[in-house]
Design a protein around this ligand. Sequence first.
Ligand code: PLP
Length: 442
Amino acid sequence: SDSTADLSPADGHRARELDRHILHSWSKHPATNPLAIARASGVRMWDHDGREYLDFSSQLVNTNIGHAHPRVVEAIQRQAAELATVAPATTNLVRGEAAERILSKIDAMAAVFFTNGGADAVENAIRIARVHTGRTKVLSHYRSYHGNTGAAINATGDTRRVGNEFAVGHVHCFGPFLYRSEFWAETPEQEAERALQHARRVIEAEGPSTFAAILVEPVPGTAGILVPPPGYLQGLRELADAHGIVLIIDEVMAGFGRTGEWFAHQHDGVRPDLVTFAKGSNSGYVPVGGVIIAEHILETFRERPIPGGLTYSGHPLAAASIVASIDAMTDEGIIEHAAHLGADVLGPGLRELAERHPIIGEVRGRGCFWALDLVADRDSRRPVDASVVAGLKGALLERGYLPFTADNRIHVVPPLVMSDDDARAGLAILDEVLAAHASAAP
Ligand code: PLP
């Protein structure tokens, strides 16, 4: 039940008090997060005082199916009573079913290696590519996020990789971003060509035979929801093929319906060698991730074992939640709904906001995966200061809109199950908050 009658401010007070025992991710200690969330259902969350929020963040862009989906909850409960944990090498039905469900949504892939989340999925994809090729280097984008473990944080292109210099062989390039293109591009086609030429030059200069993998998000998410121009991913595929390099598509954030397809790279018709996933595969009800492996890569492990494994690889609770989640998404048409929300409600609604609010420099995205790139000045495209985003975030929260913000951006990334009416209600709150900001500005 999503009754909130028993939520008590005393629990909220106690939750904040006990929070000092936790060192939070990416935070100073003690943290100052204003939210104390007690409960959630569908697209709504309630804090301990009973205040309601519409979730336009999907938390860390992972609760694709919404909160407390009854089929997923029931599957986890049933599995917990039956068999909660079993050693990773054991054959177990629900494990096989989880892999089978995943493979049914993607063409021409042969097996799944399960992990505990996204970073270790990336870690193992890089390892598989290195074992398969006998090479070391990985090319990835500066504008990217791939996780916060050894190789994954080094593959990440943003400043968070500084200070994590334990992994070797990482090379970066500037992937496509027309709105803030480095060089001469004025059209999407030119930006695709600019970025491909750049990637080609970097690989040639470093030595093509030293590269194990090209690792890219099909739509860089944390870096700003950068939908690639047509032809870019296909161009990377050709570059990889020309030099015997493994193409890893990191679908941790964009996968499982976020963009309105099961996998974001399916919009581009590109064929990956390895695909990493996590978040949306079971909407985070149990931590899980993994690597989907093409047959020709799997061949390598018919001759030698994969040099890696995890105690919780293929965890039964995670597996049960993946099966239930994929079945529910399929039966309820959730992916199709995400595509509809993007095409008919969020996309047009956000573009309309941009017409009224000059602070919005660009609207980009698809499905339930959108970013508002906020600028101090439309001509120079200078990003707004962090304090502006912090102010907007506070105002949205006050009105019951739970936002996702990063740098100078608001990412509009609700669960895929959001109704058209709730999406419109969120757009109206955004409109109100941007208008209040404009009228308060000096
Ligand atoms: N890869 C991508 C594309 C991501 O967006 C993320 C997390 O945001 C990760 C990897 C890391 O996943 P996790 O935080 O589950 O380790």
